[in-house]
Design a protein around this ligand. Structure first.
Ligand code: PNS
Length: 159
């Protein structure tokens, strides 16, 4: 039976750090669905459709699919038949939020396991919010994101 993982997040926008974790996930699952949250509590820079399209541009792999979801992550995971949730841990500061989320998801869906992955060393400082901030002020993000994302950021901040 093929094993499916969900890699959920806001991806506003997808970074090289996300790409790294998606590819690392394929070491222990057969397929990964990148699950892009609608997240009404956040005011994203990119629309949902833009975030989905940019991930599709950045990751072209036959075992990776991109879908958006609204509502509870574990319900979406159940609907797709995913048994693993992948999250990245970059620093101690990520831990508390991630730990709470993992325990809550386990409370809601005991059969779904959260797996934490550590990104490549040179990507540990990277976050979507830092990328947005650097791009907003005209800084060079070409090493941090796929060229399609860098282009989309330039367009967003051009006006
Ligand atoms: O990239 P982010 O913003 O840290 O991702 C957070 C995300 C989208 C994974 C989280 O907010 C989420 O799962 N939202 C869906 C709603 C949900 O299931 N909430 C309960 C999780 S404890």
């Amino acid at each position: 039976m093929s094993r499916l993982a969900l890699y959920p997040g806001s991806f506003d926008p997808v970074t090289r750090g996300h790409e790294d974790l998606i590819l690392r996930s394929l070491a222990f699952v057969d397929r990964v669905v990148v699950a892009v949250a609608v997240n009404p509590s956040k005011q994203p820079l990119f629309t949902l459709a833009e975030r989905v399209a940019l991930i599709r541009d950045a990751i072209r792999h036959p075992a990776v699919e991109v879908q958006s979801f609204d509502g509870l992550l574990v319900e979406f995971a159940r609907r797709l038949g995913a048994t693993v949730l992948v999250r990245g841990l970059r620093a101690v500061s990520d831990f508390e939020y991630e730990f709470q989320m993992a325990l809550m998801n386990r409370q809601l869906a005991p059969k779904i396991e959260t797996v934490f992955l550590v990104p490549a060393f040179d990507l540990t400082y990277l976050s979507s919010s830092l990328v947005r901030e650097v791009a907003r002020f005209g800084g060079d993000v070409s090493q941090l994101v796929h060229p399609a994302v860098a282009q989309a950021l330039r367009q967003k901040f051009a006006s």
